[in-house]
Design a protein. Structure first.
Length: 321
């Protein structure tokens, strides 16, 4: 009897020790247990909670006072000479916890533009995972366009019918921090490596309804039309996902958004030719750019913006063309 008790005590100690070390590993080494937090919103659907700064997977994640992955800045220009660019998008431009703040396309772009002028330069990263036209429109209606000189929208083919659902947010968009890092590892990340879960991505896609297409098109049209008001310049970039790049063929949505941009007289940049020079090496998965991809994206933004900024020599120190 005493031997059995001793074995049970020893087993309990071993289990507790394993749990403690696993928790330390997940929290200290992986950075789990401290995910970026989202807040729900009755019009935007959800957005990153403002004023966050954390370390995760070895990457710095910073969220400013407007829920953007950008430096803090005021809603209105404090200096009339300030140059402001707002880039709207989803997880592609947001980068997620897998991308360090310093390696985001928007961060790289701001740094590069700042070298060209003595004036303050702000590049705002207005994004969240799985955002679509309805989210961008609601955010712009809530907060405005922050006195931006240029509005950039980066889309992928699926965005044309990616409408807000206002459903309960899943673990990919946590609204509170888990009690333990192991809790996050078990319920958020472990299922990705279980065949029955990971194979769900290979299931046939449900056809997109005409109602969803009409809603997405309407919201996108309204967002772009509002962005064009005043003297703001507006441009769109299409980000092909990895399957599109490898097949050199676009999915449904690309042509619809391109035609809408043409109708509204908005410049539409197809990133397929630029991405083709680098191939699949710029993706970390089926759609999201890795650090190399973020750099390629930043270069694309830069090349498109410079001709606009250079038309007014007051923006730049010298003619850079």
């Amino acid at each position: 009897m005493r031997l059995n008790v001793s074995r049970n005590v020893l087993l309990t100690v071993i289990v507790i020790t394993i749990i403690v070390f696993a928790e330390i590993f997940c929290r200290i080494i992986l950075g789990l247990g401290d995910p970026p937090i989202y807040i729900t919103d009755k019009s935007v659907e959800y957005l990153l909670k403002p004023n966050q700064s954390l370390k995760r997977f070895g990457n710095h994640v910073f969220v400013n006072n407007w829920g953007m992955r950008s430096v803090n800045f005021s809603q209105k220009k404090q200096n009339s000479n300030e140059v402001r660019v707002l880039i709207f998008g989803d997880s592609v431009i947001n980068g997620g916890s897998e991308t360090d703040q310093s390696l985001l396309a928007t961060t790289l772009l701001q740094q590069r533009l700042q070298t060209l002028t003595s004036k303050p330069v702000i590049v705002g990263n207005v994004s969240a995972g799985s955002w679509g036209p309805g989210n961008w429109l609601a955010y712009a209606r809530r907060y405005g366009y922050f006195d931006a000189d240029i509005i950039v929208l980066i889309v992928n083919s699926g965005d044309f019918a990616d409408n807000p659902t206002f459903e309960h947010l899943e673990s990919t968009h946590p609204t509170q921090k888990p009690v333990m890092a192991l809790q996050e590892a078990t319920f958020r990340y472990l299922p990705r490596y279980i065949p029955s879960y990971s194979n769900q991505a290979d299931e046939p896609k449900v056809p997109i309804s005409q109602e969803a297409i009409a809603q997405g098109n309407s919201d996108l049209r309204t967002f772009l039309s509002l962005a064009k008001t005043g003297r703001r310049k507006v441009m769109m970039f299409h980000h092909p996902d990895k399957p599109e790049l490898l097949a050199n063929k676009f999915s449904q949505g690309h042509n619809e958004m391109r035609e809408l941009a043409a109708e509204l007289n908005i410049t539409f940049f197809d990133l397929m030719p630029r991405y083709s020079k680098f191939g699949a090496a710029i993706y970390r998965d089926g759609i999201h750019p890795n650090p190399k991809g973020q750099k390629v994206l930043s270069d694309a933004f830069y090349d498109a913006l410079i001709p606009i900024l250079d038309t007014d020599q007051s923006y730049l120190k010298t003619n850079v063309l």
